[in-house]
Write a protein that binds this ligand. Structure first.
Ligand SMILES: NC(=O)c1ccc[n+]([C@@H]2O[C@H](COP(=O)([O-])OP(=O)(O)OC[C@H]3O[C@@H](n4cnc5c(N)ncnc54)[C@H](O)[C@@H]3O)[C@@H](O)[C@H]2O)c1
Length: 277
């Protein structure tokens, strides 16, 4: 018996990285998964985004746990597409109990006064409006079911502090906390809990890419992975250069499981101490 037996989780950005890890972790705990992802490039994003093959692999990995996944290509910026992804999942599984607003992008690594208009807008569209779309699709159904539920939005160290060269991203991740705090107040009476998890640097393509390497080691001639990881590790109290996607998934599993039944309205850092004020 798993702690999420009978539950259904709706996950944005499920093709790879943390979203894939969340899908597999929750599936292992007994949940069935409705996962969607853009599976295409957004032209302002400074690294390669996920592909349809990535999403297919997530579905396969979920199946290997003994659970099932409805996997849909959909853009979180498009409410109709998100609604339709959820509808496809509900057609198969007949309910939704858990929502993970995980899909996210990052801006080009330049100073605040140098960011292009469309770069800023794309980050807000995906990381803020997209999170709202995901919530908006699922919450009416969760209220109607009358069985409570759990929502976890993915923030960042940038939810609680500034990070040079990442103004749109930091603005978006602060906004996610505002949405969470408001929603937690609105949904408490329905026994639907809402929280934010704040990963530190996480070992996915959003962190392990050339642009981020250059931020930590600007002098290209001196670049080595060792120098990069050593410098990244100075951000955390525990001197870990990054966390693994599974570290975030395990925190989410606790937040959405019966063990977290009275936890709502919190911002939970999982970062080795990076976000410590
Ligand atoms: N990697 C890090 O260092 C780090 C740290 C803190 C927070 N985060 C956050 O964690 C979350 C997951 O990121 P990740 O680290 O797994 O990176 P990732 O790039 O591997 O995964 C992000 C996923 O979101 C999907 N996505 C992006 N735009 C989308 C859209 N418009 N519609 C649907 N799907 C879309 C991507 O295709 C990708 O599969 C993001 O919200 C990110 O901001 C990441």
């Amino acid at each position: 018996m798993g702690e999420l037996d009978g539950k259904v989780a709706f996950i944005s950005g499920a093709a790879r990285g943390q979203g894939r890890s969340h899908a597999v972790t929750l599936a292992r705990a007994g949940a069935r998964i409705i996962g969607f992802d853009l599976c295409a490039q957004i032209d302002t994003v400074p690294f390669d985004m996920a592909t349809p093959d990535d999403l297919a692999l997530t579905k396969k990995l979920v199946a290997e746990t003994g659970s099932e996944m409805v996997a849909v290509e959909a853009d979180v910026r498009d409410q109709a597409a998100v609604d339709s992804a959820l509808a496809e999942g509900i057609e198969a599984f007949d309910r939704v109990d858990i929502v993970l607003g995980n899909a996210g992008i990052i801006n080009n690594y330049v100073k605040t006064w140098q960011i292009e208009d469309d770069d800023f807008r794309n980050v807000i569209d995906v990381n803020v409006i997209g999170v709202w779309h995901t919530i908006k699709a699922a919450v009416p159904r969760m209220i109607e079911q009358g069985k409570g539920g759990a929502i976890v939005l993915t923030g960042s160290t940038g939810s609680v502090s500034g990070i040079s060269n990442l103004a749109p991203y930091v603005a978006s991740k602060h906004a996610v906390v505002g949405i969470m705090r408001t929603l937690a107040k609105e949904l408490g009476r329905y026994k639907i809990r809402v929280n934010v998890v704040m990963p530190g640097n996480c070992n996915t393509p959003m962190f392990d890419n050339e642009g981020i390497h250059r931020l930590y080691v600007p002098d290209a001639e001196n670049f080595s992975m060792e120098t990069f990881l050593q410098r990244a590790s100075t951000m955390s109290l525990m001197r870990n250069p990054y966390v693994e996607p599974e570290d975030i998934s395990n925190a989410i599993l606790w937040l959405v499981s019966p063990a977290g039944h009275l936890v709502t309205g919190v911002t939970l850092p999982v970062d080795g101490g990076t976000a410590t004020p």
